[in-house]
Design a protein around this ligand. Structure first.
Ligand code: SIN
Length: 288
């Protein structure tokens, strides 16, 4: 059996290459060690990313410093908003983990399934990208699923496209304890922000759906029952399997995803198994 170290050296020794991950989206980049990349290699990664929306690099060994250094090459790192962030040494680093020490969680978003969402869509300037590095993963499950919001928009029936054209929807952060439940009516202290239902990606100029089952509460200026029925129809459409790539993690994997044109979700996993990921996010612009 190949050891992680052998896989790491084989991956890094290969020439730079791009291998599509699925028909929906995503590409694996091989031949790169993120601890030591030249400006030219970084430019090739950056230029590969918009076409695939999600980039995977396997066999990496990243501490907080190297993850932050790689993330910062894409732009200013976003603030960590989650309260379970005691473990990180560097600002901008967040741990996603179900591990508890002395009964206390050491990371955020600990257990089980999470509905599809886009990171920080409930603030004025959400993360444009998120980078997740796998440290420990369960034997089964805890996969991250990515859905392509360009194709989800492009394949919407015209009757839905015309109903959402130019409209805003309110996104709410209210899932700390249950990430399989839609956010409730915004309350005092619960972050929320209204963004366009369809946004234009600033780099590709393509239109992408920008609502999601976990955080989008209602469409503005529309009766609530109408908004609810329309959103449910959009949620079911945007999560269709043909738009989705499901990533089964191996320790050492790094995924970089574009929150402006993808949604992500997490599959359930055994709560008795350890899952630990290190994460940074890159600040984006206000969606238009
Ligand atoms: C997230 O939504 O950022 C977490 C994804 C994961 O834990 O796989």
């Amino acid at each position: 059996m190949e050891t992680a170290q052998q896989a790491e050296s084989a991956n890094h020794a290969a020439p730079f290459g791009v291998l599509p991950l699925s028909d929906a989206l995503g590409a694996e980049i091989v031949g790169v060690d993120l601890r030591d990349i030249s400006d030219d290699t970084f430019a090739r990664i950056r230029d590969t990313w918009p076409q695939h929306s999600v980039i995977l690099l396997r066999g990496q060994a990243l501490d907080e410093e190297t993850l932050v250094a790689f993330g910062a090459r894409f732009g200013e790192l976003g603030k960590v908003l989650n309260k379970h962030n005691g473990r990180s040494r560097l600002p901008g680093v967040m741990y996603i983990s179900n591990v508890r020490e002395d009964g206390q969680l050491i990371g955020a978003l600990p257990d089980g399934e999470m509905f599809f969402h886009s990171d920080q869509c409930y603030v004025e300037r959400p993360s444009m990208a998120t980078m997740l590095y796998a440290m420990e993963v369960p034997k089964r499950g805890g996969n991250t699923l990515f859905a392509n919001m360009y194709t989800a928009y492009e394949t919407l029936p015209e009757r839905i496209k015309s109903r959402i054209e130019g409209r805003l929807a309110l996104n709410v952060y209210d899932y700390d304890n249950n990430a399989t439940q839609r956010g409730s009516e915004p309350r005092e202290g619960i972050p929320s922000f209204a963004h366009p239902i369809v946004r234009v990606h600033p780099a590709t100029r393509r239109k992408a759906l920008y609502v999601n089952r976990l955080m989008t509460h209602h469409i503005l200026d529309m009766p609530r029952d109408e908004s609810e029925a329309l959103l449910n129809e959009i949620f079911d459409h945007q999560e269709r399997p043909e738009f989705v790539y499901e990533h089964v993690w191996t320790p050492g994997d790094v995924l970089l995803w574009d929150n402006r044109c993808t949604l992500h979700a997490r599959s359930d996993f055994d709560a008795s198994e350890r899952r630990m990921m290190r994460r940074v996010a890159i600040l984006g612009d206000k969606p238009v």
